[in-house]
Design a protein. Sequence first.
Length: 337
Amino acid sequence: MDPFALTRSLIDIESVTGHEKAVGEFLFTTLSELTTMTGGTIERMSVGPERFNVLAVWGAPTVVLSTHMDTVPPFFPSSEDAEFVRGRGACDAKGIVAAMICAARQLCSEHARNFALLFVVGEEKDSLGALTAAQQGRGTKFLINGEPTENKLALGSKGALRFVLTARGRLAHSAYPDLGESAIDKLLDALDAARRLPLPHDHMLGSSTLNIGTISGGRAPNVIADEAHADLMFRTVGDPDSIRAALAAAIDGRVEIEELLHTPALHLEAVPGFETTVVAYTTDIPNFTGAWGTPLLIGPGSIHVAHTAEERIAKKQLTDAISIYARLVQRLLPGAA
């Protein structure tokens, strides 16, 4: 099984969040062949219309290797050179999917049992695949989640706290602004207040951060805007209540605040013999709610090129990940030294 060819095959199937069916079918077919040859089982775990997770199991699983099959937009196809495989999802997370499948094949060749592969939908938006899987645990004791950590075990990851701000105004001709009330002016004042907030700090995870991701509103240059919106994402390092309270106080009723998402920050475990790191992004791990066991976070690739036009994965990291995943599974299986 060529990990580079498998990665490219996965990349070349467009699977922006919400449109994962085709890549899910490809994974189901690929893993059906592997489970048939090696005595495993496979199933589609329904998430909704035209959407499903893929679960492959060997024996009574104690350890599960898991990552996501969806990507952010825009799609662009694969390419490669001597050093990298490129394309949307190369490192986040289709190269990781390929490494996990190759690791499963290696484990089977070593007669290992009692492990599983779980590939989920929706991680890049609402983690619906992980939330669904959380209701359908299989008794595993360890969840090895794959995200780009440059093949180092992450000791922690930041959380996410997302809001939408909505400003209301009153329409008027722009030549007579005193007859209207600009929603855009209100929103800009609220965003300025949000940007000035002091944010919490954690000794391991560092400082919380704020990103104003989108701004929209207004009707035309010659119309006073009656509505405007902004999406905010805080990367949290602890209890989010202080940020919630500070944001509400800073905005002071000038705009409406709606919280859309909270994923908690995590402190994770180390395993002797594996390098460690700390990451600033959020993962599916909290949404599994412990139903699949103690979480570990590790995968090939750099998060610095994920979600960019330069997304790629180093071939050496990809091949190294195969043995790292196989070794980690063997370490965590019952009876391991």
